[in-house]
Design a protein. Sequence first.
Lengths: 174, 174
Amino acid sequence: MSARTIWFTGLSSAGKSTLSQLLHDHLRAAGHKVELLDGDTIRRHLSKGLGFTREDREENLRRIAFVAELLARNGVTVIVAAIAPYHSIREEVRARLLPFVEIYVNAPLAICEQRDVKGLYRKTREGHMTGMTGIDDPYEPPLSPEIECRTDLETIEQSLEKILGYLHAQPPNS
Amino acid sequence: MSARTIWFTGLSSAGKSTLSQLLHDHLRAAGHKVELLDGDTIRRHLSKGLGFTREDREENLRRIAFVAELLARNGVTVIVAAIAPYHSIREEVRARLLPFVEIYVNAPLAICEQRDVKGLYRKTREGHMTGMTGIDDPYEPPLSPEIECRTDLETIEQSLEKILGYLHAQPPNS
């Protein structure tokens, strides 16, 4: 029986990294074997050379799934924070990584752009980069995620509570 | 405490894949959590696009080490089968992956070339490829591997016995 993979998807600056790190720390403190695979970290360690075309994004996500699979089947809960903008690739990794929990970290684009943690929205608006999800690259919102966190309406603590509530109510073997 | 990483290094056709698969199956049958990261598999899943320059080989080996680290620190014994032709990169991954067991799968080049499991030696000799370790690309033999298997002089069973003997005599916490 594989451990769960918990995948945070959403726009840049929606709150994926913050929430996933918080969940990771909470689960680890509670004694779980857990690893956090953050999109940026994975790009640095496994996907140097890949860009942001659809093909390259999908390849990057498949690499994350490959690593997640190795960990999960050895009983390690895997938390992924990665935009994963396409339905089809999210369904592909879900099928590969069951039991799978999809968390849609949702804030309106205008709010994400206001936060702009990495300054990428500004760079895009100023014409210094292209391929920015939500601006000139698509984001297909999840249709039926297990959990949705409206980070513009909820506090981080409320979002975490919601996630923990789900995880407790739906143990991986149920 | 991390689990062990057991790294098989040696020329193409020296016997790395055969021995590592045998060890993997043996340890799994004995109830251990164990994963085999085979160089060819990893290239397919994590390193599409990388070639066989020194830089690309090192990048590929660092990706293997990244995955091995995630597994080993969660108690999974990791077996790697990868040529890893340079001293410096082997020392780098050793330092990152302690406790580390280096197994030098050693057969003379002439024997490896005779076996030529993947037909790569022939391809190289016929001028259809370059960058073949042992022919037109260097292999720096390990200076003090924990174990050396002379696959031209020992049977597979003898090599496996030697490896298992070492692993039993040197538990990872000693």
